[in-house]
Design a protein around this ligand. Structure first.
Ligand SMILES: [Mg+2]
Length: 135
């Protein structure tokens, strides 16, 4: 018996259900996230677009640097702490995407939907691999 008094497999199933509920509860759509991100975007209006574009490149670099260190260290399994650190950097990337999109006057939801349409079109045409923006 575990500390909950449940059989281990039941405790795991219950924990999985709780985790799924929490993820659904705290997941949000792109436009909601963008609205919230805007409230923490503090930089001179003269540097709209430029500031978040540079920040986006910097944060993407932080993601790449963390993954690079895993390669350097020959890490075969990803420790939980590393996953959390990389996920946090992805969150930073997302923030800059949201704010940059807002500076461009485009909703993050529209960008996500347009990107999904583009990728599905490539998939239907068998063009997922390869290169070029207009595949
Ligand atoms: Mg960061």
């Amino acid at each position: 018996m575990s500390r909950t008094g449940l059989m281990p497999e039941h405790e795991k199933a219950l924990q999985d259900e709780v985790n799924g509920w929490l993820e659904r509860k705290y997941s949000m759509d792109f436009n909601s996230y963008q609205r919230i991100a805007k409230t923490t975007a503090i930089y001179p209006a003269t540097h709209k677009i430029l500031y978040p574009a540079l920040g986006l490149a910097g944060e993407a670099g932080e993601v790449a640097n963390k993954v690079k260190k895993l390669v350097r260290d020959g890490t075969s399994s990803l420790p939980k702490e590393w996953k959390e650190n990389i996920a946090s950097e992805i969150g930073d990337v997302l923030w800059y995407c949201a704010v940059l999109a807002d500076d461009l006057g485009v909703s993050l939801g529209k960008i996500a939907a347009d990107n999904e349409t583009k990728l599905q079109g490539r998939k239907k045409r068998g063009m997922i691999s390869g290169s070029g923006d207009s595949r």
